[in-house]
Design a protein around this ligand. Structure first.
Ligand code: HEM
Ligand code: HEM
Length: 197
């Protein structure tokens, strides 16, 4: 997502490296996915999100390869490399992916957090811990909403042609913080869905 901040060739390399990470992640969670398909409403929702996430990733990486200026330059038919729909899909679908990945993480938060607590023997019953957590979540949500406007997430999802946004003009660290905050909004939504379903 940091296309504007890193060397373009690095964007392509990192983008391709996401593929083995996702394959390992899916392989690792294959059994859980199969049981989700036969489970209750929450599990089925989870499985549908998994499938859409995978589809998004296939679209992002295959369109990336088509429009590549470095690693695959000259290997792809110019018709595909210049195709405006392929370009727009490549720059819009990552935002859909980010939203759904946030919900996906939120749906699995409780189980994951329980394991982290056990591994690091964290004591989360203290009142100070609860206050800090709630304040952090509130801050991330506020910055995430502000960041969504700053990076024109809605326009990006509507596949509008956007060259740069106020967010992409920020220093890299601030941009990353904004992206994490946007991601957090959807993690909270996934967490709430998990509780109520
Ligand atoms: C997980 C994988 C990837 C993600 C999330 C991703 C995300 C993005 C995003 C968000 C942009 C647009 C930035 C902006 O305009 O604000 C972009 C641009 C671009 N990406 Fe990727 N990318 C990925 C993989 C790849 C790969 C594998 C390639 C090539 C091999 C690639 C090539 C490009 C190119 C050439 C552009 C410029 C597009 C244009 O000017 O229309 N990307 N990418
Ligand atoms: C193409 C993208 C992805 C796919 C297809 C995918 C697929 C899956 C599947 C099938 C599961 C098993 C449980 C279930 O049925 O939902 C799972 C679990 C999980 N995923 Fe993903 N995932 C993707 C991306 C991500 C990302 C980006 C994150 C983190 C930001 C993430 C975090 C997790 C966590 C924390 C679990 C629970 C693991 C556990 O409790 O052992 N996933 N994922």
């Amino acid at each position: 997502m940091s296309f504007h901040f890193i060397p373009k060739v690095l964007h392509e390399v990192l983008g391709l490296l996401v593929l083995p990470v996702i394959i390992v992640h899916c392989f690792w969670n294959w059994k859980a996915f199969k049981s989700s398909l036969r489970g209750n409403l929450k599990k089925k929702l989870s499985a549908i999100i998994d499938i859409i996430l995978l589809l998004c990733m296939v679209i992002i990486i295959s369109t990336g390869i088509c429009i590549s200026n470095h690693l695959f330059n000259g290997m792809i038919d110019i018709k595909f490399q210049r195709n405006i729909i392929i370009h727009q899909l490549h720059v819009s679908v990552p935002f859909l992916f980010m939203i759904l990945a946030g919900i996906h993480l939120g749906l699995h938060w409780q189980g994951m957090w329980q394991r982290i607590k056990n591994i690091f023997k964290l004591n989360t019953s203290k009142i100070s811990y609860k206050i800090v957590t709630r304040l952090t979540v509130a801050m991330l949500i506020v910055i995430g909403i502000y960041g969504s406007f700053l990076d024109r997430v809605g326009d990006r999802l509507l596949m509008q042609h956007i060259f740069a946004t106020d967010a992409t003009q920020l220093p890299f660290a601030e941009f990353i913080f904004i992206m994490i905050s946007i991601f957090s909004i959807y993690t909270v939504i996934g967490f709430i869905l998990d509780r109520y379903l």
